[in-house]
Ligand binder design. Structure first.
Ligand code: AVJ
Length: 323
């Protein structure tokens, strides 16, 4: 039967609220105003993101999902001689646990699954559901911030990190190296990591993916202002901002912004933030990498690329790193 081990550490609610407030204030004080994309994902934002994943224009989600059974088949061969100890898959920012299924179905060596996510309630529900479908799998949810080093429960299984969806694209290259080094520390010597990495491609394809016709991405982007109003008591008028997203070729990233439609002032706590017409809040970067570029970045964090998988038309890539 399955073993679900309850998480030990619970973050304190007030400290998270305090961090959100401080991050927003310091981001809006910058000359180029900015907000962290990690704050997109309240309940409504997560719902909008799920809708984005169903859009024709948004190729990353379905392209990666279609690639994962092939990835799993090759990983199955690669790890076939792992023996009884097997693999402990450690997913960073596990969310709804959709993407782990192709790996669990295809890689026989997986014995254990460690799911790290900041949202404890959601994580425990998703793990309970997963346990019903994979009764012989040892499942350990860890409620925590996956960007910081964590201590894994002792296990004979070889740790293999899993970070799908090109979430690593939200980090600038320096932060991505820090994250990969921190993950290497969490996973330990002789570990592996499987990452989804979005590729550089035709700029029209990129621009369309972040400017869908139905305006779902625009709602997703503006929802961060609604969330700041609700949770921090600001008085943003989300409809007084325009969604704007484009591929920045020099930086190799899609940028999302919220552009002020008028000269306006927004109050948050004791501060007023002034906006000129057209002035933007930079809300997200989504870096795209050629395989060689990502390989070099991973090497700076102590990882070697063992295997690459590329989807049709090089639309998306998955890489196996080892150390
Ligand atoms: C979840 C960070 C991979 O960058 O494509 C989707 C988020 N932003 N549409 C991405 C997102 C706008 C997505 N990631």
């Amino acid at each position: 039967s399955s073993t679900v081990i309850r998480a030990q550490a619970k973050p304190v609610a007030e400290s998270i609220d305090g961090e959100f407030y401080r991050d927003v204030i310091s981001g809006l004080r910058q000359r180029q105003k900015q907000l962290s994309p990690k704050y997109f994902y309240d309940a409504l934002g997560s719902h909008y993101f799920d809708q984005i994943c169903q859009l024709d224009e948004y190729y990353p989600y379905r392209t990666e999902l279609n690639l994962l059974p092939d990835v799993a088949a090759d990983l199955n061969d690669y790890f076939a001689d792992r023996g009884a100890e097997g693999l402990n898959v450690v997913e960073f920012g596990a969310g709804s646990l959709h993407k782990i299924k192709p790996l669990l179905d295809g890689v026989a060596a997986i014995r254990r699954f460690t799911a790290i996510d900041i949202s404890g309630a959601h994580l425990h529900n998703a793990c309970a559901l997963l346990a019903e479908h994979y009764p012989s799998l040892e499942i350990q949810p860890i409620e925590g911030d996956f960007t910081k080093p964590l201590e894994l429960a002792p296990s004979a299984a070889t740790p293999m990190g899993f970070f799908p969806g090109s979430t690593i694209g939200n980090l600038n290259p320096t932060s991505a190296i820090h994250f990969l080094a921190s993950a290497r520390k969490t996973l330990g010597d002789g570990s592996y990591m499987v990452l989804g990495v979005d590729t550089k491609k035709d700029e029209q394809v990129l621009n369309r993916a972040y400017n869908d016709r139905e305006g779902v991405t625009a709602r997703f982007n503006k929802n961060i202002l609604t969330r700041i109003n609700r949770e921090l008591g600001a008085d943003f008028e989300p409809d007084n901002f325009d969604h704007s997203a484009w591929y920045n070729r020099e930086r190799g990233r899609v940028e999302m912004h919220l552009c002020s439609r008028s000269e306006q002032s927004v109050r948050l706590g004791k501060e007023n933030f002034q906006f000129r017409i057209g002035e933007s809040i930079h809300t997200e970067n989504s870096y795209k990498y050629h395989p060689e570029e990502f390989q070099q970045l991973a090497a700076e964090a102590g990882w070697q690329a063992e295997k690459w998988w590329l989807a049709e038309d090089n639309l998306f890539s998955v890489v196996l790193l080892g150390n």
